[in-house]
Design a protein around this ligand. Structure first.
Ligand code: SF4
Ligand code: SF4
Ligand code: SF4
Length: 247
């Protein structure tokens, strides 16, 4: 499918650019910046992820994230779904981390300025040999979790960005905003299970189809389920109606 090929090429390019973009995803630099009253590039990205999730759900995860591309490569080696309980681990990390950022801004007397290029060398993250240590640590952690806990385990258990988008996409659904959504026609489904096997987030897509609930906060809108369905049951499209509404 052309759409899936395009998606994989975008993910690959994003992965190759990871040494350049690393600091824009940094959970550490946003804290460091906050204690100086500075909103770092990573802070800007996290806010953008929340805001874009209101209209595009978690499409960032499905299409643009370098860690998503890396985990896709790992799923070629270990493709078991991670245990469901592991998904709570990220919130245990996220809540105190967010608290540290807020404490930083309070200590600094509020937001003083925004610096998108904060702690980069003319916008490039890994510009000195020492920076490669951080880069290989992050890449190693993502690979290790994926190969031990299962498919997209880093997304489910450790990602500090995921909660921003989970909150954004859940708000999108509750407020019924016009947005990118999955929609399905359950009458056409032959229960072949191809969509379940295809889903990178290990969702039970066929169950979502049969109940007519085409929303899940873990869905990254990759359209893999839509593109593999032999009956064209699922579609990804911009829609005003809630994904809970059947056609
Ligand atoms: S959950 Fe995190 S690591 Fe996974 S694709 Fe989304 S932003 Fe990337
Ligand atoms: S439900 Fe479909 S669009 Fe969502 S993550 Fe799974 S395969 Fe991708
Ligand atoms: S791939 Fe299509 S036909 Fe098969 S179970 Fe999923 S929605 Fe139904």
């Amino acid at each position: 499918m052309r759409r899936q090929k395009t998606r994989k090429i975008i993910q690959l390019v994003s992965l190759l650019l990871f040494p350049v973009t690393l600091n824009y995803f940094s959970p550490y630099l946003v804290i460091q910046g906050s204690f100086e009253g500075v909103l770092s590039g990573s802070g800007v990205l996290f806010l953008s992820q929340f805001l874009t999730a209101l209209f595009f759900g978690r499409a960032f995860c499905g299409w643009l994230c370098p860690a998503g591309g890396l985990q896709h490569v790992c799923s070629g080696i270990v493709n078991k779904p991670p245990a469901k309980w592991q998904r709570w681990i990220k919130y245990i990390i996220w809540v105190p981390w967010l608290g540290a950022i807020l404490a930083g801004f309070i200590t600094a007397g509020g937001l003083k300025r925004m610096d998108v290029l904060y702690y980069t060398e003319s916008g490039i993250s890994v510009s000195a040999p020492g920076s490669y240590i951080v880069y290989f640590f992050v890449v190693g952690l993502i690979v290790l979790l994926s190969l031990t806990l299962g498919r997209r385990a880093f997304c489910h258990t450790a990602c500090w960005m995921a909660p921003f988008m989970i909150i954004g996409t859940t708000m999108k659904e509750k407020l019924r905003l016009p947005a990118l959504r999955l929609q399905a026609d359950p009458d056409k489904c032959i229960r072949c299970g191809a969509c379940d096997r295809q889903c990178p987030m290990s969702l039970s897509v066929s169950a979502m189809v049969s109940t007519g609930t085409m929303f899940h906060s873990d869905c990254v809108l990759c359209a893999g389920c839509a593109d593999c369905c032999p009956k064209g049951v699922i579609r990804l499209r911009l829609a005003v109606k809630s994904a809970h509404d059947l056609n």
